[in-house]
Design a protein around this ligand. Structure first.
Ligand SMILES: C=C(O[C@H]1C=CC=C(C(=O)O)[C@@H]1O)C(=O)O
Length: 461
């Protein structure tokens, strides 16, 4: 690929000159079209960090490998800090560049050590190698942070070596660990439920979303990330599939139906997804189950709080906000949700990250009112949510991007896998049905690990 090499060299030379002049490292990047590519094959066969995102309709797929630039931030200002640092770096490149980004649910630091320690409170990564498929167009972007301390030739040799490795990958057997449950989280959930109901009774909150953490120990040090994601992608149609794996032995992944926000120019698309019922096994019962959910007062109330709160969060930025009067049904493989798509047109040049800051957590994951419910959750829940229920997605140097709410997800930490599911609690909620709902919500991940086989209710539309 002589042309590609020449282009990469030119970009690195240019960045090198700037790095000398500006006395700081400068990003260099080059993108070219490549043939179609199996992202999971790369995840399985490389020891680097991996970042993965595919849209619910599978029209967009992104895989990042290794890190060119990692920005982190913490504390209450984490969204603005990350935005500020990103805006400095994004001026370095003349081409469009993409980054993966994820956040913790809360910035409250629990005193005890926990499995989420390596993830931090806010992170943005420009991968060294980014494979991106949009429709039928496949591209590879190579990015590197160039400093004046190293020569242009050294950068070129490193990149060429790494690229060569990708084209000569062996296919080792995928690990197939067995899993032993070490925590089912049921007792904690029951206690959270009682406390949530009490807080609602005392009118501290109208709604609060409590979560359950279930943990397994694996028999094998190597977790089968690629195989698990391949399963989720094939089975959880209509859900976004994501992975943030900073190290071989640590990764957070999931298959979420919930878009937090997509931004294209001034156009914002988001959605309220709250209110759930089991998807029946037979298609004959499907219509009755949908009709019941669409008219169930408890679920409608839970949902309505989310719609109102999202509209309220978007109002300061928006010229128009559009949403249907009543919710529709969103179906996943195991559940039906109440779903209201919401569109807004921005009348400010607010960044994607500041919109995310305003939205997160919506009452689909936190509660209403937002601050009180997040504060209450710190006392109620006795585990760290980490990145569960948080914004995860991609953004470009042009300010566009798409973030999901990272539910139906699991954390791999060495030989442990922690999976998470939550439920919105309102005044009418009942313990047994909420507990059953957490089971339904855990089932996609469990199924992907082979922990239980859920009979499919058909394919989602
Ligand atoms: C908190 C979760 O789901 C949220 C999203 C959709 C429906 C929900 C519900 O009906 O309670 C939850 O608000 C989860 O899956 O862990």
């Amino acid at each position: 690929m002589p042309d590609t090499q020449t282009h990469i060299k030119q970009r690195i030379e240019q960045a090198h000159k700037r790095a000398r002049a500006w006395q700081r490292p400068v990003l260099a990047s080059y993108t070219w079209e490549i043939p179609s590519f199996d992202a999971f094959h790369i995840i399985q066969n490389t020891e680097t960090s991996h970042y993965y995102f595919t849209s619910a309709d599978r029209s967009l797929e992104m895989l990042g490998c290794a890190d060119a630039l990692v920005l982190t931030a913490s504390g209450a200002e984490r969204f603005q800090r990350l935005q500020y640092d990103w805006s400095l770096h994004r001026r370095d490149v003349d081409a469009i560049l993409y980054a993966f980004s994820g956040f913790s649910f809360d910035t409250f630091v629990r005193p005890q050590k926990n499995m989420w320690e390596a993830f931090g409170e806010a992170s943005l990564v420009v991968p060294k190698f980014l494979y991106r498929r949009l429709g039928d167009t496949h591209t590879l972007t190579v990015s590197t942070l160039v400093s004046a301390k190293q020569s242009v030739e050294q950068y070129l040799i490193q990149l060429a070596d790494q690229l060569a490795q990708f084209s000569s990958l062996q296919t080792p057997d995928s690990p197939s660990p067995t899993y032993t449950q070490v925590k089912n989280g049921v007792d904690h959930f029951k206690s959270s439920f009682q406390q949530a109901k009490q807080a609602i009774k005392e009118e501290k909150v109208e709604k609060i979303v409590i979560a359950r953490e279930e943990i397994y120990q694996t028999s094998d040090e190597a977790f089968p990330f690629a195989e698990t994601l391949r399963h989720l992608e094939a089975q959880q149609l209509g859900s976004y599939i994501f992975l943030y794996q900073p190290k071989r032995e640590m990764g957070f992944f999931g298959a979420t139906p919930e878009r937090l926000v997509k931004k294209e120019g001034p156009y914002i698309e988001t959605a309220a997804i709250a209110g759930t019922t089991k998807r029946p096994l037979s298609e004959d019962e499907a219509e009755a189950a949908k009709a019941h959910l669409l008219h169930d007062q408890k679920n409608l109330e839970e949902h309505d709080i989310v719609v109102k709160s999202i509209k309220h969060a978007l109002a300061p930025y928006s010229a128009t906000i559009k949403a249907p009067e009543s919710p529709r049904i969103l179906q996943t493989r195991s559940v039906y949700h109440l779903h209201t798509p919401i569109q807004a047109t921005l009348d400010t040049n607010a960044s994607l990250l500041s919109i995310i800051e305003s939205l997160h957590p919506t009452p689909a994951l936190g509660g209403y009112p937002k601050r009180t419910s997040v504060r209450l959750l710190r006392d109620i829940e006795r585990f760290d949510r980490g990145w569960y229920g948080s914004p995860f997605g991609w953004l470009s140097t042009e300010g566009e991007g798409e973030f999901v709410v990272s539910i139906r997800s699991a954390l791999v930490h060495h030989q442990f896998v922690a999976m998470y599911a939550g439920c919105g609690i309102v005044q009418e909620s009942e313990l047994e049905s909420e507990l059953a709902e957490t089971e339904m919500k855990l089932s996609p991940i469990k199924e992907a690990l082979g922990l239980n086989r859920v009979t499919p209710g058909g394919s989602p539309s």
